[in-house]
Design a protein around this ligand. Structure first.
Ligand code: FES
Length: 186
């Protein structure tokens, strides 16, 4: 028995699919295409935004700095810039190390052992940022380390605060020895 299309369901020229079904398929196609364009558009808008959130090459470069220790004479401290802030690297001699260790007993404002603030006794690495209001301390003062020019705080041979108004020690930044001659800060 042959099938035939009902009179109220028109067909396409070359198959028996009712035109109502074709319209539904077209609608679905258009809706899907629109969604795809929408997603692509969102991606186009989002990409510059996302890439603007990535750190620039120069910022990445400053995320760590390598300090060649051979450029710091025994007994001297040098200042390096890390992430826009000064870091003091002090090549302490035997006398300075002894003074820092003796200070374990007398540094009472923010007590800390010198051995816990260094990885190797001859190298002290601290942020050059006063813990009071952020000025950059200078070598000097009565305690072997630094004196802040802004309000007179003083720090000892281990970067511990000895005279206020600062109330906490100079911060030790993250760092590690890459070898005996180089430290990486950051
Ligand atoms: S900022 Fe250093 S003592 Fe005030």
């Amino acid at each position: 028995m042959s099938t035939h299309t009902p009179h109220n369901a028109p067909t396409t020229a070359d198959d028996d699919t009712p035109l109502g079904d074709v319209d539904a398929e077209r609608r679905a196609l258009i809706v899907n295409a629109t969604k795809a364009f929408g997603l692509a558009g969102a991606a186009c808008v989002a990409l510059p935004f996302i890439s603007s959130m990535n750190p620039s090459r120069s910022v990445k470069a400053m995320a760590t700095i390598d300090v060649p220790l051979s450029e710091i004479p025994l007994g001297d401290a040098k200042t390096y810039l890390w992430q826009g802030k000064p870091v003091f690297v002090w090549h302490r001699n035997a006398e300075q190390i002894a003074a820092a260790q003796q200070g374990d007993a007398t540094a009472t404002m923010d007590p800390a052992k010198d051995a816990d603030r260094v990885q190797k006794a001859e190298w002290l690495v601290v942020m050059g940022v006063c813990s009071h209001l952020g000025c950059v301390p200078m070598r000097g003062g009565d305690h072997g380390g630094w004196r802040c020019p802004c309000h007179g705080s003083q720090f000892d041979d281990s970067g511990r605060v000895r005279v206020g108004p600062a109330g906490t020690n100079l911060e030790v930044p993250p760092y590690r020895f890459l070898d005996d001659a180089t430290i990486r800060i950051g």
